[in-house]
Design a protein around this ligand. Structure first.
Ligand code: KIV
Ligand code: ZN
Length: 386
Protein backbone atom coordinates (compact mmCIF):
# COMPACT_ATOMS: atom_id res chain seq x y z
CA UNK A 1 0.00 0.00 0.00
CA UNK A 2 1.52 3.34 -1.02
CA UNK A 3 2.05 5.84 1.76
CA UNK A 4 0.31 9.18 2.08
CA UNK A 5 2.65 12.12 1.66
CA UNK A 6 3.02 14.49 4.61
CA UNK A 7 4.39 17.84 3.47
CA UNK A 8 7.23 19.25 5.51
CA UNK A 9 6.94 23.02 5.93
CA UNK A 10 10.18 24.27 7.40
CA UNK A 11 10.01 27.51 9.38
CA UNK A 12 13.57 27.61 10.75
CA UNK A 13 14.15 30.90 8.94
CA UNK A 14 10.94 32.51 10.24
CA UNK A 15 9.56 31.08 13.51
CA UNK A 16 12.96 29.53 14.34
CA UNK A 17 14.75 32.80 13.83
CA UNK A 18 12.42 34.48 16.35
CA UNK A 19 14.63 33.07 19.14
CA UNK A 20 16.27 36.02 20.92
CA UNK A 21 19.87 36.46 19.77
CA UNK A 22 19.55 34.10 16.80
CA UNK A 23 19.24 36.59 13.99
CA UNK A 24 20.86 35.42 10.76
CA UNK A 25 22.16 37.60 7.93
CA UNK A 26 21.12 37.07 4.30
CA UNK A 27 24.13 34.91 3.24
CA UNK A 28 23.58 32.64 6.24
CA UNK A 29 19.87 32.34 5.40
CA UNK A 30 20.66 31.58 1.77
CA UNK A 31 23.00 28.77 2.80
CA UNK A 32 20.39 27.26 5.12
CA UNK A 33 17.64 27.61 2.49
CA UNK A 34 19.79 25.79 -0.08
CA UNK A 35 20.48 23.01 2.40
CA UNK A 36 16.77 22.76 3.28
CA UNK A 37 16.02 22.28 -0.42
CA UNK A 38 18.68 19.54 -0.60
CA UNK A 39 17.14 17.95 2.51
CA UNK A 40 13.85 17.69 0.59
CA UNK A 41 11.47 19.97 2.50
CA UNK A 42 8.33 20.86 0.54
CA UNK A 43 8.01 24.46 1.73
CA UNK A 44 10.57 26.92 3.10
CA UNK A 45 9.06 29.72 5.15
CA UNK A 46 11.74 32.28 4.34
CA UNK A 47 10.64 35.13 6.62
CA UNK A 48 8.13 37.84 7.48
CA UNK A 49 8.86 40.38 4.74
CA UNK A 50 7.18 43.43 6.29
CA UNK A 51 8.98 42.96 9.61
CA UNK A 52 12.25 44.62 8.49
CA UNK A 53 14.12 45.64 5.32
CA UNK A 54 16.64 42.88 6.12
CA UNK A 55 13.93 40.23 6.19
CA UNK A 56 12.39 41.58 2.98
CA UNK A 57 15.81 41.31 1.32
CA UNK A 58 16.37 37.76 2.59
CA UNK A 59 12.97 36.57 1.32
CA UNK A 60 13.66 38.19 -2.06
CA UNK A 61 17.09 36.55 -2.39
CA UNK A 62 15.82 33.15 -1.24
CA UNK A 63 13.01 33.42 -3.82
CA UNK A 64 15.60 33.98 -6.56
CA UNK A 65 17.84 31.13 -5.38
CA UNK A 66 15.41 28.27 -4.68
CA UNK A 67 14.48 26.22 -7.73
CA UNK A 68 11.94 23.53 -6.87
CA UNK A 69 10.73 24.11 -3.33
CA UNK A 70 7.82 26.41 -2.46
CA UNK A 71 9.02 29.65 -0.85
CA UNK A 72 6.64 31.19 1.63
CA UNK A 73 6.36 34.59 3.31
CA UNK A 74 4.36 35.33 6.47
CA UNK A 75 1.91 38.22 6.85
CA UNK A 76 -0.68 39.43 9.32
CA UNK A 77 -4.22 39.85 8.01
CA UNK A 78 -3.22 43.30 6.87
CA UNK A 79 -3.33 44.52 3.26
CA UNK A 80 0.06 46.24 3.37
CA UNK A 81 1.76 43.12 4.81
CA UNK A 82 0.36 41.07 1.93
CA UNK A 83 1.47 43.62 -0.70
CA UNK A 84 5.01 43.60 0.71
CA UNK A 85 5.13 39.79 0.94
CA UNK A 86 3.94 39.47 -2.67
CA UNK A 87 6.69 41.86 -3.73
CA UNK A 88 9.37 39.90 -1.83
CA UNK A 89 8.11 36.65 -3.40
CA UNK A 90 7.86 37.94 -6.96
CA UNK A 91 10.93 35.94 -8.16
CA UNK A 92 9.86 32.69 -6.51
CA UNK A 93 9.14 29.78 -8.88
CA UNK A 94 6.52 28.54 -6.39
CA UNK A 95 5.41 31.40 -4.13
CA UNK A 96 3.11 30.96 -1.15
CA UNK A 97 1.60 33.71 1.02
CA UNK A 98 0.91 32.66 4.62
CA UNK A 99 -1.61 35.02 6.12
CA UNK A 100 -3.84 34.83 9.17
CA UNK A 101 -5.28 36.19 12.35
CA UNK A 102 -5.88 35.19 15.99
CA UNK A 103 -9.09 33.24 16.55
CA UNK A 104 -9.14 32.38 20.27
CA UNK A 105 -11.29 34.29 22.72
CA UNK A 106 -8.31 36.04 24.28
CA UNK A 107 -6.90 37.10 20.91
CA UNK A 108 -10.28 38.44 19.77
CA UNK A 109 -10.87 40.30 23.02
CA UNK A 110 -7.43 41.58 23.98
CA UNK A 111 -5.50 41.79 20.69
CA UNK A 112 -8.24 42.88 18.32
CA UNK A 113 -10.99 44.14 20.62
CA UNK A 114 -13.65 43.01 18.15
CA UNK A 115 -16.06 40.10 17.70
CA UNK A 116 -16.01 36.75 15.89
CA UNK A 117 -17.78 38.08 12.78
CA UNK A 118 -15.16 40.80 12.38
CA UNK A 119 -12.38 38.16 12.65
CA UNK A 120 -14.03 36.18 9.83
CA UNK A 121 -14.40 39.33 7.75
CA UNK A 122 -10.69 40.20 8.13
CA UNK A 123 -9.62 36.60 7.51
CA UNK A 124 -11.61 36.40 4.27
CA UNK A 125 -10.41 39.82 3.09
CA UNK A 126 -6.75 38.89 3.65
CA UNK A 127 -7.06 35.54 1.87
CA UNK A 128 -8.87 37.17 -1.08
CA UNK A 129 -6.21 39.85 -1.31
CA UNK A 130 -3.35 37.31 -1.13
CA UNK A 131 -5.16 35.30 -3.81
CA UNK A 132 -4.97 38.29 -6.15
CA UNK A 133 -1.16 37.78 -6.15
CA UNK A 134 -0.57 34.02 -5.83
CA UNK A 135 -2.48 30.76 -6.30
CA UNK A 136 -1.00 29.15 -3.18
CA UNK A 137 -2.44 30.84 -0.07
CA UNK A 138 -2.10 29.37 3.41
CA UNK A 139 -4.27 30.70 6.23
CA UNK A 140 -3.29 30.46 9.92
CA UNK A 141 -5.80 30.68 12.75
CA UNK A 142 -3.44 31.88 15.46
CA UNK A 143 -4.01 30.21 18.86
CA UNK A 144 -6.26 27.60 17.22
CA UNK A 145 -5.18 25.26 20.04
CA UNK A 146 -7.32 27.33 22.43
CA UNK A 147 -10.03 28.26 19.91
CA UNK A 148 -13.53 26.85 20.21
CA UNK A 149 -13.88 24.14 17.54
CA UNK A 150 -17.22 25.38 16.20
CA UNK A 151 -15.91 28.87 15.59
CA UNK A 152 -12.67 27.49 14.14
CA UNK A 153 -14.72 25.45 11.68
CA UNK A 154 -16.64 28.59 10.62
CA UNK A 155 -13.37 30.43 10.02
CA UNK A 156 -11.93 27.52 8.03
CA UNK A 157 -15.04 27.26 5.87
CA UNK A 158 -14.99 30.97 5.10
CA UNK A 159 -11.31 31.11 4.12
CA UNK A 160 -11.59 27.99 1.95
CA UNK A 161 -14.40 29.75 0.07
CA UNK A 162 -12.08 32.75 -0.32
CA UNK A 163 -9.42 30.50 -1.87
CA UNK A 164 -7.15 29.27 0.93
CA UNK A 165 -5.52 25.99 -0.09
CA UNK A 166 -3.81 25.21 3.22
CA UNK A 167 -5.31 25.70 6.69
CA UNK A 168 -2.75 26.06 9.45
CA UNK A 169 -4.09 25.09 12.89
CA UNK A 170 -1.42 26.42 15.26
CA UNK A 171 -1.18 25.37 18.87
CA UNK A 172 0.53 28.74 19.35
CA UNK A 173 0.97 28.43 23.10
CA UNK A 174 1.85 24.71 23.17
CA UNK A 175 -1.16 24.05 25.38
CA UNK A 176 -2.94 21.09 23.80
CA UNK A 177 -2.62 17.44 24.72
CA UNK A 178 -2.02 15.06 21.78
CA UNK A 179 -5.53 13.58 21.96
CA UNK A 180 -7.09 17.03 22.11
CA UNK A 181 -5.06 18.35 19.17
CA UNK A 182 -5.80 15.22 17.12
CA UNK A 183 -9.51 15.53 17.95
CA UNK A 184 -9.46 19.15 16.76
CA UNK A 185 -8.04 18.12 13.39
CA UNK A 186 -10.59 15.29 13.13
CA UNK A 187 -13.42 17.69 13.99
CA UNK A 188 -12.34 20.06 11.21
CA UNK A 189 -11.98 17.21 8.72
CA UNK A 190 -15.53 16.09 9.53
CA UNK A 191 -17.30 19.43 9.95
CA UNK A 192 -15.82 21.97 7.55
CA UNK A 193 -17.65 22.15 4.24
CA UNK A 194 -15.18 22.21 1.33
CA UNK A 195 -12.33 20.74 3.44
CA UNK A 196 -11.45 18.36 0.59
CA UNK A 197 -10.14 21.41 -1.31
CA UNK A 198 -7.57 22.24 1.39
CA UNK A 199 -4.73 20.63 3.34
CA UNK A 200 -4.79 20.85 7.14
CA UNK A 201 -1.45 21.79 8.65
CA UNK A 202 -0.05 21.21 12.17
CA UNK A 203 1.97 24.04 13.69
CA UNK A 204 2.76 23.09 17.29
CA UNK A 205 4.82 24.85 19.92
CA UNK A 206 6.70 22.99 22.61
CA UNK A 207 5.79 24.76 25.88
CA UNK A 208 4.81 21.46 27.51
CA UNK A 209 7.25 19.33 25.51
CA UNK A 210 4.36 18.01 23.37
CA UNK A 211 5.01 19.60 19.98
CA UNK A 212 6.17 16.42 18.26
CA UNK A 213 3.46 14.26 19.86
CA UNK A 214 0.79 16.81 18.89
CA UNK A 215 1.99 17.04 15.29
CA UNK A 216 2.00 13.26 14.95
CA UNK A 217 -1.49 13.12 16.45
CA UNK A 218 -2.51 15.76 13.90
CA UNK A 219 -1.37 13.73 10.90
CA UNK A 220 -2.87 10.55 12.36
CA UNK A 221 -6.18 12.42 12.30
CA UNK A 222 -5.98 13.73 8.76
CA UNK A 223 -3.58 16.68 8.61
CA UNK A 224 -1.11 16.38 5.73
CA UNK A 225 1.42 19.12 6.49
CA UNK A 226 3.69 19.61 9.50
CA UNK A 227 5.32 22.97 10.27
CA UNK A 228 8.63 22.50 12.04
CA UNK A 229 12.17 23.74 12.52
CA UNK A 230 15.61 22.18 12.58
CA UNK A 231 16.51 21.28 16.20
CA UNK A 232 13.01 22.47 17.22
CA UNK A 233 14.24 26.03 17.66
CA UNK A 234 11.65 28.78 17.96
CA UNK A 235 9.87 31.16 20.33
CA UNK A 236 10.03 30.21 24.05
CA UNK A 237 10.35 26.39 24.26
CA UNK A 238 10.47 26.17 20.48
CA UNK A 239 8.58 24.57 17.59
CA UNK A 240 8.12 20.98 16.50
CA UNK A 241 11.50 19.43 15.61
CA UNK A 242 11.73 18.55 11.94
CA UNK A 243 14.14 15.67 12.59
CA UNK A 244 11.81 14.16 15.20
CA UNK A 245 8.60 14.12 13.16
CA UNK A 246 10.38 12.83 10.07
CA UNK A 247 11.96 9.95 11.98
CA UNK A 248 8.77 9.13 13.91
CA UNK A 249 6.95 8.63 10.60
CA UNK A 250 9.84 6.63 9.19
CA UNK A 251 10.21 4.36 12.23
CA UNK A 252 6.49 3.60 12.28
CA UNK A 253 5.74 2.47 8.71
CA UNK A 254 2.33 1.04 9.66
CA UNK A 255 1.08 4.65 9.93
CA UNK A 256 1.37 4.70 6.12
CA UNK A 257 2.64 8.25 6.18
CA UNK A 258 5.97 9.47 4.83
CA UNK A 259 7.85 12.59 3.82
CA UNK A 260 10.36 13.14 1.04
CA UNK A 261 13.14 14.14 3.44
CA UNK A 262 16.60 12.70 2.76
CA UNK A 263 17.33 11.93 6.41
CA UNK A 264 21.06 11.43 5.80
CA UNK A 265 21.38 15.25 5.78
CA UNK A 266 19.74 15.68 9.19
CA UNK A 267 22.79 15.59 11.44
CA UNK A 268 24.97 17.96 9.40
CA UNK A 269 22.14 20.46 8.91
CA UNK A 270 21.36 20.36 12.62
CA UNK A 271 25.02 21.19 13.35
CA UNK A 272 25.03 24.01 10.78
CA UNK A 273 21.88 25.64 12.20
CA UNK A 274 23.23 25.36 15.73
CA UNK A 275 26.57 26.95 14.72
CA UNK A 276 25.06 29.77 12.70
CA UNK A 277 22.44 30.64 15.30
CA UNK A 278 24.77 30.13 18.24
CA UNK A 279 22.27 27.82 19.95
CA UNK A 280 23.88 24.65 21.36
CA UNK A 281 22.00 21.36 20.94
CA UNK A 282 21.12 19.70 24.24
CA UNK A 283 23.16 16.48 24.47
CA UNK A 284 20.09 14.28 24.97
CA UNK A 285 18.18 15.84 22.04
CA UNK A 286 16.42 13.08 20.07
CA UNK A 287 18.03 12.17 16.72
CA UNK A 288 20.73 14.88 16.60
CA UNK A 289 21.99 15.32 20.19
CA UNK A 290 25.58 14.28 21.01
CA UNK A 291 24.25 11.40 23.14
CA UNK A 292 21.49 10.25 20.78
CA UNK A 293 23.65 7.28 19.71
CA UNK A 294 26.02 7.09 22.70
CA UNK A 295 25.99 4.18 25.14
CA UNK A 296 27.70 4.41 28.49
CA UNK A 297 26.34 1.81 30.90
CA UNK A 298 27.89 -1.64 30.87
CA UNK A 299 24.62 -3.51 30.25
CA UNK A 300 23.69 -1.37 27.26
CA UNK A 301 27.22 -1.39 25.83
CA UNK A 302 27.42 -5.18 25.98
CA UNK A 303 24.08 -5.41 24.12
CA UNK A 304 24.97 -2.87 21.45
CA UNK A 305 28.38 -4.44 20.79
CA UNK A 306 26.66 -7.82 20.28
CA UNK A 307 23.91 -6.33 18.13
CA UNK A 308 23.21 -2.61 17.57
CA UNK A 309 19.43 -3.14 17.53
CA UNK A 310 19.32 -4.23 21.19
CA UNK A 311 19.39 -0.57 22.24
CA UNK A 312 19.08 1.47 19.01
CA UNK A 313 15.85 1.90 17.08
CA UNK A 314 17.51 4.01 14.38
CA UNK A 315 20.64 3.20 12.43
CA UNK A 316 22.85 6.27 13.02
CA UNK A 317 23.93 6.20 9.33
CA UNK A 318 20.30 6.83 8.34
CA UNK A 319 20.45 10.31 9.89
CA UNK A 320 24.02 11.08 8.85
CA UNK A 321 25.78 10.11 12.10
CA UNK A 322 28.99 8.17 11.37
CA UNK A 323 28.70 5.59 14.14
CA UNK A 324 27.28 4.86 17.58
CA UNK A 325 29.59 5.80 20.42
CA UNK A 326 30.67 3.45 23.18
CA UNK A 327 31.54 5.92 25.93
CA UNK A 328 33.89 4.67 28.63
CA UNK A 329 32.95 5.64 32.18
CA UNK A 330 33.11 3.95 35.57
CA UNK A 331 29.76 2.35 34.64
CA UNK A 332 31.25 0.57 31.62
CA UNK A 333 31.94 -3.14 31.57
CA UNK A 334 34.71 -5.34 30.16
CA UNK A 335 33.00 -5.69 26.75
CA UNK A 336 33.11 -1.92 26.20
CA UNK A 337 36.71 -1.63 27.33
CA UNK A 338 37.78 -4.51 25.07
CA UNK A 339 35.89 -2.92 22.15
CA UNK A 340 37.46 0.51 22.59
CA UNK A 341 40.92 -0.92 23.33
CA UNK A 342 40.74 -2.90 20.07
CA UNK A 343 39.84 0.27 18.17
CA UNK A 344 43.08 1.89 19.32
CA UNK A 345 45.21 -1.17 18.60
CA UNK A 346 45.08 -3.54 21.62
CA UNK A 347 43.58 -6.98 21.06
CA UNK A 348 43.51 -8.01 24.72
CA UNK A 349 43.29 -11.63 25.87
CA UNK A 350 40.82 -12.43 28.65
CA UNK A 351 43.56 -12.40 31.30
CA UNK A 352 44.98 -9.12 30.02
CA UNK A 353 41.52 -7.61 29.94
CA UNK A 354 40.92 -8.55 33.59
CA UNK A 355 44.11 -6.79 34.61
CA UNK A 356 43.53 -3.70 32.47
CA UNK A 357 39.90 -3.49 33.60
CA UNK A 358 40.85 -3.19 37.29
CA UNK A 359 43.21 -0.34 36.47
CA UNK A 360 40.58 1.22 34.20
CA UNK A 361 38.00 1.31 37.03
CA UNK A 362 40.40 3.09 39.37
CA UNK A 363 41.13 5.61 36.63
CA UNK A 364 37.46 6.02 35.65
CA UNK A 365 36.37 6.69 39.24
CA UNK A 366 38.60 9.76 39.12
CA UNK A 367 37.77 10.92 35.59
CA UNK A 368 34.31 11.40 34.07
CA UNK A 369 35.10 9.93 30.66
CA UNK A 370 38.01 7.84 29.43
CA UNK A 371 39.39 8.84 26.03
CA UNK A 372 41.78 7.09 23.63
CA UNK A 373 44.86 8.65 25.22
CA UNK A 374 43.73 7.43 28.62
CA UNK A 375 43.37 3.90 27.20
CA UNK A 376 46.99 3.98 26.02
CA UNK A 377 48.12 5.22 29.44
CA UNK A 378 46.09 2.55 31.28
CA UNK A 379 47.33 -0.32 29.09
CA UNK A 380 50.95 0.86 29.39
CA UNK A 381 50.68 1.18 33.17
CA UNK A 382 49.52 -2.45 33.38
CA UNK A 383 52.66 -3.75 31.73
CA UNK A 384 50.75 -6.38 29.74
CA UNK A 385 52.37 -7.87 26.62
CA UNK A 386 50.36 -6.45 23.68
O1 KIV B 1 2.62 29.99 16.40
C1 KIV B 1 1.89 30.59 15.58
O2 KIV B 1 0.68 30.74 15.74
C2 KIV B 1 2.56 31.15 14.40
C3 KIV B 1 1.68 31.73 13.34
C4 KIV B 1 2.11 33.11 13.03
C5 KIV B 1 1.68 30.83 12.15
O3 KIV B 1 3.77 31.08 14.29
ZN1 ZN C 1 4.60 29.56 15.66
Amino acid sequence: MSKDHVQIFDTTLRDGEQVPGCKLNTPQKLEIAERLEALGVDIIEAGFPISSPGDFHSVTEISKLIKNTTVCGLTRAVKKDIDVAADALKYAKRPRIHTGIGTSESHIKFKFNCDQDEIIRRAVASVSHAKSYVEDVEFYAEDAGRTDNEFLARVCEAVIKAGATVLNIPDTTGYCLPEEYGAKIKYLKENVRGIEKAILSCHCHNDLGLATANSISGVQNGARQIECTINGIGERAGNTSLEEVVMVLRQHPYLNLDTKIDATHLYSLSQAVSDKMGVPIQPNKAIVGANAFAHSSGIHQDGVIKNRETYEIINPHDVGVTESAIVLTARSGRAALAYRAKKVGYDLTKLQLDEVYDEFLTFADRKKEINDEDIHAIVKSCNVEV
